[in-house]
Design a binder for this molecule. Structure first.
Ligand code: ATP
Ligand code: MG
Length: 422
């Protein structure tokens, strides 16, 4: 679990504000749910025989003896909240959320115990135009961020019924190689054999490559759904690769699954993952409601953006107000309030804690500000402010407050159009 320090937080804000803009542009609405849920919710939605539920959840008993869990993902909570509040009744719904998730994993690059996801969930639409919109939305995000190096992989898992037939075929195959299966896979051979296809163990890859393909055992409607999805993607010029081994680590998916994958981050290469989960709402006690969504791992996204130098530098203040002398100090805070009110977007630091002129000047310089505003008793009396350029060779000025306001407006305008970084 990491602290997000002042030198980094502005990068998150940059990405987050872009995300919010994008969600508005596509008509998605934000939902904020509690970080804690009853443990039962995750067991029922994610599935008992998954990495998350078997070994990654932070679970504890509260004072009433109820078993609670810090959310390891957001879909279950979104579905629960939508059911409880009747949000899905007679209408389709497009939701998003952003926040921390908790999984007790082995920490490594791109894998943390508290990490952040942007989650997007839609309810009430079964047709593949919705799957395609979700993929287009994620593709648009990479484009807006200027990011390159992500590949879209898609697959279909069909319906639970055709998966049931395939499951037996897969088990028959895997049983022939029982002794080659790793410990997790041996355990899952009968409880959840599809999950074996999702194994990250390099020793298992050849065996997985040779397994019969779910793709070859799909029902006609699922095949049609998948074909239509591909047609939509082609019509929007979104390149993709079909990866028949893509099964996703959670039990609730049906039909479409997809991931955006990179080779630029090392072993943890999935930045965004999602798919369709038509059975989940009903499984959690709601009416039968088709659904689809995805989640982006923000730490991995930010790591990519950093590698590609697509993140903005820390935003320095525009100006630093220095006040020296009794009268000047008495007026400084009031002057700063006036300036902030009159100059929209102004970033103004006020020297607090006194200090001599020289010491204050040093602080002004260290703040990174473009301008030092100088208020001495003389200026205070005359209603003027001195202006010294800290980053440019320019003569010092003495300005009336009104003229200062105009200068600051220009400074803000110039700074915001050149230094956004993206
Ligand atoms: P992985 O196969 O990498 O364990 P997952 O299938 O468990 O991922 P999801 O539950 O689908 O992942 O979560 C969606 C995204 O959240 C992942 O693609 C990844 O970008 C991010 N993510 C998942 N677990 C972590 C973690 N422990 N630390 C950082 N990011 C994570
Ligand atoms: Mg995982």
């Amino acid at each position: 679990m990491k602290d997000l320090l002042p030198g980094e937080s502005h990068r998150w804000r940059h990405v987050e504000s872009l995300l919010r803009e994008l969600m508005d542009a596509y008509g998605y609405q934000e939902i904020r749910t509690p970080l804690l849920e009853k443990t039962e919710l995750f067991k029922r939605s994610i599935g008992e025989v998954t990495d998350i539920v078997e070994k990654e959840m932070y679970t504890f008993e509260d004072r009433n003896g109820d078993s609670l869990t810090l959310r390891p993902e957001g879909t279950a909570s979104a579905v629960r909240a939508a059911i409880e509040n009747g949000l899905m009744q007679g209408q389709s719904l497009r939701l998003w959320y952003l926040g921390p998730m908790f999984r007790h994993e082995r920490p490594q690059k791109g894998r943390y115990r508290q990490f952040h996801q942007l989650g997007v969930e839609t309810f009430g639409v079964a047709t593949p135009d919705m799957d395609a919109e979700l993929i287009a939305l994620s593709a648009r995000l990479w484009q807006r961020l200027g990011l390159h190096g992500l590949e879209l992989q898609i697959n279909t898992l069909g319906t639970p019924a055709c998966r049931q037939d395939y499951r037996q075929i897969l088990v028959n195959y895997l049983e022939k190689y029982r002794s080659d299966l790793d410990e997790d896979s041996q355990r899952r051979l009968h409880s959840n054999p599809l999950r074996i296809l999702d194994s990250k163990n390099p020793q298992m890859q050849a065996l997985i490559e040779g397994a019969p393909r779910l793709m070859d055992h799909l029902d006609g409607e699922s095949q049609e759904h998948f074909a239509q999805l591909q047609a939509y993607l082609a019509s929007m010029d979104i390149p993709y690769r079909i990866n028949t081994r893509l099964v996703r680590g959670l039990d609730y998916y049906t039909r479409t699954v997809f991931e955006w994958v990179t080779t630029l981050l090392g072993a943890q290469g999935t930045v965004c993952a999602g798919g369709r989960f038509d059975g989940l709402v009903e499984q959690l006690g709601g009416g039968a409601t088709p659904a689809a969504g995805f989640a982006i791992g923000l730490e991995r996204l930010l790591a990519m953006l950093e590698d590609q130098q697509l993140l903005p530098a820390v935003a320095a203040p525009d100006a630093y107000l220095i006040a020296s002398g009794q009268q000047a100090q008495a007026q400084a805070l009031r002057l700063a309030e006036d300036l902030r009110r009159q100059v929209s977007g102004l970033r103004l630091l006020v020297n607090c804690g006194g200090g001599g002129f020289k010491a204050q000047f040093k602080r002004a310089d260290r703040s990174g500000a473009q301008l030092a505003l100088l208020l001495g008793d003389e200026e205070a009396q005359a209603g003027n402010v001195g202006v010294k350029y800290l980053r440019a060779e320019q003569p010092q000025l003495t300005l009336s407050t009104a003229a200062l306001v105009e200068l600051l407006k220009d400074t803000v305008r110039a700074a915001r159009t050149t230094s956004t970084g993206v």
